[in-house]
Design a protein around this ligand. Structure first.
Ligand SMILES: [Zn+2]
Length: 563
C-alpha cells in the first residue's frame, strides 16, 4: 500500500514516537527501507517533510522533500507530465496545476483514468469511449421470498387479523422464530423493542420489462496475461474510483451536468473565517479535532521548539518572501500590459467601445497603484491577534483599496466583491508576524491562509490583465476587419472594371456586325466549328458565295469569346 510512504518519519525515532517501541520489537527504522524497496512501482526512496502539506488544495498529506506534492500526488504529477510531454502539452499542464485549486482539479481528473502506478506513466487505462443506445425487452419469471421485521404486537395483529389464526398459534410461532438460528433479530422497535425478521414475503411475478438505456462506455485495450501486481493496481483503482472523489462523477450521480459547478458555491474564504479543513489554530481552541488534525498537530509540536523551529520558520518566511516577490512581478507585468494596450488605443476616443476599454484600463491602473501602496509598518510582536487586528496604516491601505474597488466596480471588477483581496501592505504585515512569531501554529496558519490569499490576489491580477488582452484583441480584430474590407473593395472594383471591359467589347462586336451587311448571317454556325480546321465546312447548302463574309463573322465571334 502506498500509505507506507506517508508515515511520519519521526515515528522511527524510538523515544519521540507516541508510546515508544515495544521491547524486543525490531526498531522500525531498520524496517522501513526494506519495506519501501518492495513497493510495486516505487521509484527511489522519497522522504516526507513533516509539517508542510501537499500543494493540492484538498490534500492534507505531508509533501515530499524537495517536491511540491505528497507521495501519491507526486507520482500522479510525474505520470501526467510524462503523458503531457508525449503530446507536447506541458504548457497546459503547468498552467493547470499552478494554483492549489487547479492542481486539485487537474490531478483528480487525471487520477480517474490513470492509477498512480509506473505502468500507467505512459498510457491511460481509458483509451476509447463509445456511445451506446440499447433497447431491451426482457421477459422475466421472478419469484420473490423475503423477510419483514415484526415487533411482537405487530406480529400478533398480523396473525389474528390478516391470517385469521389463533393468538396461541401466533405466540407459538413467535417463540419458535425468536430462538431459531436463521432468523435475524434487531432492536429497532419502539423504545428498543426486539424485532424478528420473519419470512412473510412470498410472491411470484411474470414480468415483461421494457427498458431503454443510453450509455457512454469507456474502456482500454484488452490486456492479456495480466500479472497479479498489475491486477491489484486496477482493483485498487476501482475501489478508489468508487469513493467518488471526482467532481465530474459526483455531478453525474446527482443528475447534474458533468462539468457543472461544484456543489457548494462557497466564496473564497476570508481571513476571519478560514475553511474548516484548513483551520489550524492553537490546539487548545479546538473542541473536536479530527484524527488528521490531531496527527498534524502532533507533527507540528515536534517542530515547535529549538533549532527545528528556527529552521522551519526560516523556510516559511523565505517562502512567503518569494511568494510576495512573485506577486510583485506579476503586478508589474500586468501594469506593463495595460500600459501597452492603452497606448495602442489612446488616440481613438470617438469609438464608444474603445472609450469603454480605455476607461476600464485606466481604472485597472488606478487599482494596481492602490494595491501596491507601500506603508511604513509598525513594530510587531508576532502574536495571533495581530493577524486580525491590523495596525492602522495597514488597515487604512486595505480600506482605501476596498473603497477604490467599490468606486470602480462598474468599470472593472477583477475579483468578486465578497472575497477579501489583501493588499501589498497587508502581505507585508503577515510577513513581519511570521518573522517575529515563536508559535509554530501561527506560522502554519499564516502559510496555509496565504495559499488562499495568493489565489485571490492572483485572480485580481489576471482579471486586470484580461481587460488589457481583450482591448488588444478588439484592436487587432478591428484592424483585421478594416484590411478585409479594403481587400473586398479592391476585388469588387476589379470585377466591375472587368465587366465594363466585356460590355465594351460586346458593344464593339455588335457595331461591326451591324455595319457589315445590315443583317445576321444566314447560317449561325458556332465559332468552334469554324475554328477547327480538321472539320470541313458544310457547304452543301450553297454557302460558297458567302464564304468571305462568313470568315469575317467568325473572326469577330472569336474576339468576343476571348474577352
Ligand atoms: Zn497530496
Amino acid at each position: 500500500m502506498l500509505s507506507g510512504f506517508g508515515d511520519d518519519p519521526f515515528a522511527a525515532e524510538p523515544l519521540t514516537g507516541s508510546g515508544g517501541v515495544p521491547d524486543g520489537a525490531k526498531p522500525p527504522a531498520s524496517n522501513a527501507p526494506s519495506k519501501r524497496k518492495r513497493e510495486p512501482g516505487a521509484r527511489g526512496v522519497k522522504q516526507a517533510e513533516a509539517g508542510k502539506t501537499c500543494f493540492v488544495k484538498s490534500c492534507e498529506d505531508d509533501k515530499l522533500v524537495g517536491k511540491k506534492w505528497c507521495c501519491r500526488h507526486n507520482r500522479l504529477y510525474d505520470n501526467l507530465w510524462t503523458q503531457a510531454k508525449k503530446s507536447n502539452e506541458t504548457a497546459a499542464v503547468q498552467q493547470a496545476v499552478s494554483t492549489p485549486e487547479g492542481a486539485d482539479h487537474a490531478l483528480s481528473d487525471f487520477e480517474r483514468d490513470n492509477p498512480p502506478h509506473a505502468k500507467y506513466a505512459r498510457k491511460s487505462v481509458i483509451q476509447w469511449g463509445q456511445f451506446k443506445r440499447v433497447h431491451v425487452v426482457s421477459q422475466t419469471t421472478r419469484s420473490r421470498n423475503g423477510c419483514k421485521p415484526y415487533e411482537w404486537k405487530q406480529w400478533l395483529k398480523r396473525c389474528e387479523q390478516k391470517m385469521g389464526w389463533a393468538a396461541a398459534d401466533a405466540k407459538k410461532l413467535w417463540n419458535h422464530y425468536s430462538t431459531a438460528q436463521e432468523i435475524d433479530k434487531d432492536h429497532e422497535g419502539l423504545n428498543g423493542a426486539i424485532r424478528l425478521w420473519i419470512p412473510t414475503i412470498e410472491a411470484t411475478h411474470n414480468d415483461t420489462d421494457r427498458s431503454r438505456t443510453f450509455a457512454f462506455e469507456e474502456g482500454g485495450a484488452q490486456e492479456r496475461d495480466m500479472d497479479e501486481d498489475h491486477r491489484q493496481v486496477l482493483m485498487d483503482h476501482c475501489l478508489h474510483s468508487g469513493k467518488g472523489t471526482n467532481q465530474a462523477d459526483n455531478n453525474f450521480l446527482q443528475g447534474r451536468a458533468v462539468n457543472g459547478p461544484e456543489t457548494d458555491n462557497s466564496e473564497v474564504p476570508e481571513l476571519q473565517t478560514p475553511k474548516k479543513n484548513k483551520e489550524l489554530n492553537d490546539p487548545a481552541s479546538k473542541d473536536n479535532p479530527s484524527p488528521e488534525d490531531e496527527k498534524k498537530r502532533k507533527r507540528l509540536e515536534k517542530l515547535a521548539r529549538g533549532p527545528a523551529f528556527e529552521a522551519h520558520k526560516a523556510t516559511m518566511v523565505h517562502k512567503l518572501k518569494e511568494k510576495m516577490k512573485g506577486l510583485d512581478n506579476l503586478m508589474a507585468t500586468v501594469g506593463e500590459k495595460i500600459r501597452e494596450a492603452h497606448a495602442e488605443m489612446a488616440n481613438d476616443r470617438q469609438d464608444a467601445v474603445k472609450l469603454s476599454y480605455l476607461k476600464a484600463m485606466e481604472a485597472g491602473t488606478a487599482l494596481l497603484e492602490v494595491w501596491k501602496t507601500e506603508v511604513e509598518l509598525p513594530a510587531c510582536e508576532g502574536k495571533p491577534e495581530e493577524l486580525k487586528d491590523l495596525p492602522d496604516v495597514v488597515a487604512r491601505a486595505q480600506t482605501a483599496f476596498c473603497d477604490k474597488c467599490e468606486l470602480l466596480k462598474d468599470l472593472v471588477q477583477p475579483v468578486n466583491s465578497k472575497a477579501t483581496c489583501f493588499t501589498r501592505a497587508a502581505l507585508g504585515w503577515f510577513h513581519s508576524i511570521s518573522e517575529k512569531t515563536t508559535c509554530i501554529f501561527l506560522l502554519e496558519r499564516i502559510a496555509t491562509e496565504m495559499k488562499d490569499h495568493a489565489a485571490v490576489i492572483d485572480q485580481f491580477a489576471r482579471g486586470l490583465q484580461k481587460v488589457a488582452t481583450d482591448a488588444k484583441n478588439f484592436q487587432s480584430q478591428q484592424k483585421r476587419k478594416a484590411q478585409q474590407d479594403e481587400a473586398k473593395k479592391k476585388r469588387e472594383e476589379e470585377k466591375k472594371a472587368a465587366s465594363e471591359a466585356t460590355a465594351l467589347a460586346k458593344a464593339a462586336a455588335k457595331k461591326v456586325k451591324s455595319g457589315s451587311k445590315g443583317r445576321r448571317p444566314m447560317w449561325p454556325w458556332s465559332a468552334n466549328a469554324i475554328r477547327s480546321r480538321e472539320r470541313p465546312f458544310d457547304l452543301s447548302r450553297g454557302a460558297c458565295a458567302r464564304k468571305e463574309q462568313l470568315h469575317t463573322w467568325a473572326r469577330i465571334q472569336l474576339q468576343t469569346d476571348r474577352s
